[in-house]
Design a protein around this ligand. Structure first.
Ligand SMILES: Cc1ncc(COP(=O)(O)O)c(C=O)c1O
Length: 419
């Protein structure tokens, strides 16, 4: 969001006009920003002879977002059969989709195989069963390098107590299964967690994976996952992607020379590509002063944006409609029937009832983690593409809430009609 000529804009579109047109609360995505991030990461790792970026679509699966990345030449990283289906619907070639599930049934794995997508296997039990049924299908193995990366415990997934991946110490076991079943391992993979605070730890993971790679002679690619951190505050920690890119590609190219084949270097960023492109807009319902706090209560809550309550995530909040107001301290809260805080003790331009507040970094893991808690509707999504705002998901209605419910005739009574 930029402040231009006394008004806030997103990609050149006036923010208040977006609320007028689409209502509040609403998620707004700047397509140009997503493209910019895609080009930035491609350039940062451009030293690799074969680079493949697979957008980790769990961050945001709106079909238009998927198509945007598909048109940019991205592949797709998926973790559920539904994400696979969405990717195919969006026009991705099955070969450009990597399926990286965790703790899913063999049945779901088999369904993904039947769609022709690439498989990433993260436990030995499934490796044995999958290998037995699909001997000719090349696969990728997700290894857990046992390093502690990631911004907090909920998003650190490469450590010894994590459920993800096959332990690096179990590589000898993997090799026995591979040899017994005659499997072709075309890829190795790691993902150590989101919001990596120290690139050096990530590079340690890279070294561990490369050491393991020597034992796999049929590799076509190595996928180092993601976790690239974007800033959530002004001056906040961010991965220096250009520096990491230069260091990692040098190391990777040297590895390929030793390995004797030009492998593809793969990454699967989610947050890096879409986090900063998103802004969440909401309306202030009430300003409530208690003996200790001034609350700004908005027409949203953890049902729409759970990251502050779930991860203690900081999302920058701005009063868009009264930017000239006197700065005061507010705790911004939602309307959900439990502690539901978006930001504590934030300095905002004076907030009046009706004011529009924005939350930044609302592209990744925001709409996707929204729910119908308190039986509220999920908000609309809007994309700004080529300078114009487009509705890309309508706000839910009562019909959406009722659509999956099955009424038992024995309990049914005539009720008031639903509007
Ligand atoms: C396997 C895998 N790859 C990629 C990602 C994307 O991570 P990020 O959003 O930090 O880029 C995740 C996130 O949870 C993941 O689990």
């Amino acid at each position: 969001m930029e402040f231009v000529d006394g008004r806030y804009q997103i990609a050149g579109v006036d923010v208040l006009s977006l609320v007028e047109q689409f209502g509040a609360p609403v998620y707004v995505y700047d397509a140009a920003r997503m493209k910019q991030q895609y080009h930035r990461i491609s350039k940062a790792f451009g030293g690799a002879k074969r680079l493949r970026i697979n957008y980790a679509c769990k961050a945001l699966t709106n079909l238009n977002v998927l198509r945007l990345f598909q048109q940019l030449g991205s592949g797709l990283d998926t973790v559920s059969m539904q994400e696979v289906e969405l990717g195919l619907l969006a026009g991705f070639d099955p070969h450009d989709i990597l399926f990286t599930p965790n703790c899913v049934s063999l049945e779901e794995v088999n369904r993904a195989v039947s769609k022709g997508v690439r498989m990433n296997i993260d436990n030995i039990s499934i490796l044995e069963q999958f290998g037995d049924q699909h001997r000719g299908v090349p696969i990728c193995i997700r290894l857990n390098p046992h390093i502690m990366a990631g911004g907090n415990s909920k998003i650190s997934v490469g450590h010894i107590d994590s459920k993800f991946g096959i332990s690096i110490h179990q590589v000898p076991h993997v090799l026995k299964v591979v040899s017994a079943l005659g499997l072709k391992i075309e890829g190795l993979h790691m993902h150590t967690g989101s919001d990596i605070l120290d690139a050096q730890v990530f590079l340690q993971g890279v070294e561990i994976l490369l050491r393991a790679a020597v034992d796999f002679p049929d590799l076509d690619y190595i996928d180092f996952g993601s976790g690239f951190k974007v800033p959530y505050k002004e001056g906040g920690i961010a991965t220096d992607i250009e520096d990491l890119g230069a260091r990692l590609t040098d190391r990777f190219n040297a590895f390929c020379a030793d390995y004797g084949r030009e492998l593809a270097l793969m990454f699967e960023p989610g947050k890096f590509l879409v986090s900063e492109a998103g802004t969440f807009l909401m309306r202030t319902n009430v300003v409530k002063t208690t003996p200790a706090t001034v609350f700004a209560g908005v027409d949203s809550g953890l049902n729409h944006m759970i990251r502050p309550m779930f991860y203690d995530a900081y999302h920058h909040i701005v009063n868009v409609s009264n930017h000239g107001g006197k700065p005061r301290i507010y705790t911004v809260v939602g309307y959900i029937c439990e502690t539901d805080t978006f930001g504590i003790n934030r300095q905002l331009a004076e907030v009046r009832e009706g004011d529009i507040l924005s939350m930044a970094n609302a592209g990744a893991y925001c709409y996707m983690m929204a729910s119908n808690y308190n039986s509220r509707f999920r908000p609309a999504e809007v994309m700004i593409l080529d300078g114009r705002a487009h509705l890309i998901r309508r706000r839910e209605t009562m019909e959406d809430l009722l659509g999956t419910q099955v009424e038992l005739p024995a309990l049914a009574r005539p009720v008031a009609t639903v509007e």
